[in-house]
Ligand binder design. Structure first.
Ligand SMILES: Cc1cc2nc3c(=O)[nH]c(=O)nc-3n(C[C@H](O)[C@H](O)[C@H](O)COP(=O)(O)OP(=O)(O)OC[C@H]3O[C@@H](n4cnc5c(N)ncnc54)[C@H](O)[C@@H]3O)c2cc1C
Length: 400
């Protein structure tokens, strides 16, 4: 029998989501313990990129949620006693052909109508902005509000501040059981070393959220979607901001008949250019999207396809060395939106399923969950994010 503790809230998972929830609970004077089975940010939050962007969100609820979160970063970053590497240089979506240009112009107009600072660029403007881009691109879309940071730094920084405000962090403590009182309320969280009596549990376990859900009899439809990344050696300044290709967005947002002019491997592995310069002048080059279970190994065929796609848009990098590669598991939901939700078990909350957006959406997620637990009015109507929206669904995984 481990030590017995009693606390107002337990957060399960020490990625960026659990860290943000813990931070906002501590800000609201809630007595909280974060329980993490490994080290902080040892899950997906330590195997990703650090983009905080609105440019790749579906205009409407998705973009509004992302913008609410993005707007929290400058203030939180300035209040943390920790450097999370926050910069706000904007992002550029590059356009390869006229068909993409038409779609991008419509997409940009819809984002702008939502109040997002997005504008179209012709070829000359895009090349003036990023001169190393391939000269045959057709144009671009710029979003000036987008930012980036160090994801692991974000998790550590938020928890550093939360600890100063009384939060407790328990690492290398896997949650093995959650006890309820006949499913009418949460009673206890159990790890190998401790029994924690509590009325509130937040499941922020990313791709492991379904396992935590099962402990209280809930089905949580989150599936791991692998993404691989390359890290370059320090090199000359190739790009000054985040650069992505627009073509992938067309497939992501509805135009499913659109097929990019890419190799069969790129199509099969879901490879699309994401290029992020870091302060240290290395580049993060991605990425891929595949359903391969919990596999976090890199596949040389996928890495090669990512490199080829990056060279197509930035020919000058063809001789730069790659010093590292890694793969992470995006917590995917069937409708691409996260689950930020109360559940049928009072006191059991889900904050998971952010797929490729968890870094950017971390702060609004933490804020919303803290508002729910503290019975405050919510920053946005979260019915599109409820766990209940999946009830009755037969298929948990849909390919996009
Ligand atoms: C290649 C790649 C690039 C990405 N780029 C971006 C980007 O640029 N911008 C962006 O916004 N998002 C990006 N993402 C997505 C983002 O990384 C994720 O959405 C985010 O990290 C998810 O955070 P999380 O806290 O939900 O999950 P995690 O970071 O996985 O945290 C969950 C934690 O729960 C812990 N846990 C599991 N089981 C238990 C248990 N039984 N007891 C206790 N703890 C447990 C795990 O150890 C883990 O630390 C990217 C993802 C990938 C793979």
């Amino acid at each position: 029998m481990g030590t017995k503790k009693s606390v107002e809230a337990v957060v399960i998972g020490g990625g960026v989501i659990g860290s943000a929830v813990t931070y906002f609970l501590a800000l609201n004077h809630v007595e909280v313990i974060l329980v993490e089975r490994g080290a902080i940010a040892s899950g997906t939050s330590g195997r990703c990129e650090g983009d905080v962007v609105v440019c790749d969100k579906e205009p409407g609820f998705d973009s509004q949620l992302a913008k609410l979160s993005l707007d929290l970063f400058p203030q939180v970053a300035s209040q943390l006693d920790y450097d999370i590497g926050w910069t706000q240089k904007g992002s550029l979506l590059i356009i390869e052909n006229e068909e993409e240009m038409e779609a991008a112009t419509r997409f940009c107009g819809r984002l702008a109508a939502e109040g997002i600072p997005a504008r179209m660029l012709d070829r000359k403007e895009a090349l003036d902005m990023e001169p190393a881009l391939a000269k045959d691109i057709v144009g671009g879309m710029e979003t000036t509000c987008d930012g980036s940071l160090y994801p692991m730094g974000l998790a550590y920084g938020l928890l550093h501040e939360a600890k100063k405000r009384g939060a407790r962090i328990s690492t290398y403590s896997p949650v093995v059981k959650i006890e309820t009182d006949n499913k009418t309320s949460i009673h206890k969280v159990i790890t190998p070393d401790a029994e924690i009596i509590t009325k509130n549990v937040v499941n922020a376990a990313g791709v492991w959220a379904p396992t935590i859900g099962k402990m209280v009899g809930l089905n949580i439809p989150i599936t791991p979607r692998q993404g691989q990344m390359l890290v370059s050696e320090r090199a000359f300044p190739v790009a000054s901001r985040k650069v992505m290709e627009f073509g992938y967005m067309m497939a992501k947002f509805g135009n499913r008949s659109y097929v990019r002019n890419v190799s069969p491997e790129m199509e099969e592995f879901g490879v699309a250019l994401v290029f992020e310069p870091t302060e240290a002048q290395n580049f993060l080059i991605g990425s891929s999207r595949r359903f391969v279970g919990m596999d976090t190994s890199c596949d040389i065929r996928v890495l090669r396809a990512i490199a080829q796609r990056a060279i197509r848009f930035f020919p000058a990098i063809k001789d730069i060395n790659i010093i590292r590669s890694y793969a992470g598991l995006r917590p995917y939901t069937p409708d691409h939106l996260p689950i930020i939700s109360r559940t049928e078990i009072p006191g059991f909350y889900v904050a998971a399923g952010h797929e490729g957006d968890g870094i950017g959406l971390s702060l609004i997620t933490g804020k919303l969950i803290a508002q729910m637990i503290c019975d405050q009015s919510l920053a946005i109507d979260i019915s599109p994010l409820s766990l209940a929206r999946f009830q009755g669904r037969k298929k948990d995984v849909c390919e996009s």
